[in-house]
Design a binder for this molecule. Structure first.
Ligand SMILES: [Zn+2]
Length: 405
């Protein structure tokens, strides 16, 4: 709704001094008020283009992320307790010194499993900051039970996509997050032992989730898991659990859809650059996936999983190169890594992952302020116009005021 406030026109000659002063006041206030109306209009236009803000500033580098995939696979299988795992975590910490890293160890078989937990705290004078978590499993599977070669099904897989791609996206984001000027914390969680054994047990994520205090859980606005998102033939659908209809996770999927739309990653939806989107993200399709986000949901953390469960061209659900020796770096593309990395980075830049309570509160405050300023503008216009009209009438009746032709 817009209020347009007309200006008083015409030049008035008034011999009576007091009448003249009153009239100048009326004119000034009437002229000043339309500024409010202009400001209101600008605010509405900004809200309509919100999701396009920050796209030109995105820094996520898909090629650099892709190099991480090759590096990881080159280390050998990242099995719990292995030297490859240690080397991966060490390089992750060394490359990102703005983060406060903790090695979170738990007993596993005859060795340890180790989650890597990193905290980035912005330089603001405030405690109890909201937390956004970016997570991926970094272990690679200890067996290739779906491989065609029956003689090699008990050998560890390369894990370029399954394990490698999620870590690759997070390594780029770890580099970028400290440059974003955020006013909340970001945690990175690299989980161990997600994909080991006959039935993958998400053991690292379970142990980490169980160790969280209620205070920590309450501060977490989003747990964003990325897994198997490097497929050159990328297709990300909505994942359950969480079921549809839970406000805290519905809002995260809605944010994914909005961000992907803005970036041109939703089929036929016009993107911010005016192009029609391609079919990368489709939150209208549901895939059931048990992954590291599930232990988080079980302790009350709003968690979603960005994952492509159809690995390879024309792959069926849980088919293609998944859990085979074909899960190699050549099946992963820099472009796919960049699609997912840009969704996450843009969401951080726009505050999309923060809880609606905060956003709603902020919106409510802004709406009230806007209503108040519009109301003030109208009231002052009506009051001063009425006073002006009375004075004018008074002047005309006494023959002391006339309009210049
Ligand atoms: Zn796996």
């Amino acid at each position: 709704m817009r209020y347009l406030i007309p200006r008083v026109r015409g030049i008035i000659i008034m011999p009576a001094k007091s009448v003249a002063i009153s009239f100048i006041l009326v004119l000034l206030l009437s002229i000043l008020n339309p500024v409010n109306a202009d400001e209101i209009e600008t605010t509405l236009i900004d809200e309509n283009t919100l999701n396009c803000e920050g796209i030109d500033s995105l820094e996520f580098d898909g090629l650099r992320a892709n190099q991480s995939v090759s590096f990881q696979v080159g280390l050998g299988p990242r099995l719990p307790g292995s030297n490859a795992s240690k080397a991966l975590l060490e390089s992750f910490m060394e490359n990102n010194t703005a983060w406060n890293w903790t090695l979170d160890k738990h007993p596993y078989a005859d060795t340890n499993m180790t989650n890597l937990h990193g905290i980035y705290t912005p330089n603001v004078n405030q405690t109890d900051l909201p937390v956004i978590i970016l997570a991926a499993h970094y272990d690679s599977r200890d067996r290739a039970e779906r491989d065609d070669d029956e003689n090699r099904t008990d050998e560890p897989i390369p894990g370029a996509n399954d394990g490698g791609s999620g870590v690759a996206v997070l390594s780029e984001l770890a580099r970028i997050v400290p440059t974003l000027g955020l006013e909340h914390e970001v945690w990175i969680l690299l989980t161990d032992a997600e994909d080991q054994g006959v039935v993958p047990g998400m053991l690292g994520a379970k142990a980490w989730a169980q160790d969280r205090t209620q205070e920590e859980i309450d501060s977490i606005h989003a747990f964003l898991l990325v897994d198997m998102i490097g497929d050159a033939d990328l297709q990300i659908n909505r994942v359950y659990p969480p079921k549809v209809g839970l406000s805290q996770t519905d809002r995260l999927w809605e944010a994914v859809d909005d961000l992907a739309s803005s970036l041109g990653l939703v089929k036929d939806v016009p993107a911010c650059d005016g192009s029609l989107g391609i079919d990368i993200v489709n939150t209208d399709v549901l895939d059931g996936v048990i992954d590291d986000h599930v232990p988080m949901l079980e302790v009350g953390i709003p968690a979603i999983d960005l994952i492509d469960i159809r690995y390879g061209p024309n792959a069926t659900k849980w088919g293609g190169y998944w859990h085979t020796h074909e899960d190699t770096p050549d099946k992963v593309s820099a472009e796919s890594l960049a699609h997912v990395g840009r969704i996450l980075e843009l969401g951080l830049r726009q505050g999309s992952w923060l809880m609606e309570e905060n956003a709603t509160l902020q919106d409510d405050v802004e709406d009230k302020n806007e209503d108040a300023s519009q109301y003030d503008a109208v009231v002052s216009f009506v009051v001063f116009s009425a006073v002006g009209a009375i004075l004018l009438l008074f002047g005309i009746l006494h023959g002391s005021v006339r309009f210049k032709p």
